[in-house]
Design a protein around this ligand. Structure first.
Ligand code: NDP
Ligand code: ZN
Length: 180
């Protein structure tokens, strides 16, 4: 088994390279890598220490948003990390609305590790929608996003009280901040 910090730094470097030309949708177009690092940081702040779950968080958007293949993840990070990232990847051939519906439908089937990454992804995105949203989003669209994120997380089996509590706080704060 690889040294935990070596695995985590390898995943950080891999994700940074894969997302190198991408930006977030906030008004300053932040470098994309800030998002997977934020998701991984949410996990560690809540006491999650499993290095393969932290690596999956760092890599969670590589299949969906870059040219990365499952074979590549399998080769570099092994079976479990690859399979968690696959669980967290939407089918981009489907229309957006259908993909959003499927996230709610499939949430109860996520493995324990993937479910932890999923709630941290939603914590990070709800925080972004609250404090650094895409500039063209109306308040209604931002609230719609919060409602959808809540439905996805409601279906996830989360074995971490701190993260459940943190999601509830971030969600309530978002609903208070976004003025309708
Ligand atoms: P998008 O899927 O287009 O964008 C949200 C995703 O973008 C997040 O889940 C996140 O994903 C990523 N992202 C990157 N930067 C940011 C940021 N700064 N803040 C938040 N998210 C960021 O939008 P929707 O989730 O709204 O999905 C599109 C749907 O919205 C369609 O189904 C369409 O029908 C509907 N729609 C609604 C409108 C409305 O006014 N109500 C208008 C137009 C469309 P990741 O973690 O993967 O990076
Ligand atoms: Zn994400």
């Amino acid at each position: 088994m690889e040294e935990p910090s070596a695995l985590i730094l390898k995943a950080t470097k891999f994700a940074a390279l894969k997302h190198r030309d991408q930006r977030r949708k906030d008004h300053v177009a932040s470098p994309y890598i800030i998002h997977p690092v934020t998701v991984a940081n949410e996990l560690t702040q809540a006491g999650v220490t499993d290095p393969e779950i932290i690596a999956a968080a760092l890599l969670h958007d590589t299949l969906e948003d870059t040219e990365t293949t499952p074979d590549e993840l399998l080769e570099v990070f092994g079976e479990r990390v690859c399979s968690m990232v696959q669980e967290l990847t939407d089918d981009k051939d489907l229309p957006k609305l259908e993909r959003k519906r499927l996230q709610i439908e499939h949430a109860p089937e996520l493995s324990p590790g993937a479910a932890l990454v999923k709630i941290c992804d939603k914590i990070a995105n709800v925080t972004d929608v609250t404090h650094s949203p895409p500039p063209d989003w109306s308040s209604e669209r931002r609230i719609e996003y919060l409602d959808w994120a809540e439905s996805v997380v409601a279906g996830c089996k989360i074995d971490n009280e701190q993260l459940k509590q943190r999601f509830a706080v971030v969600l309530a704060n978002g609903r208070e901040e976004i003025e309708l």
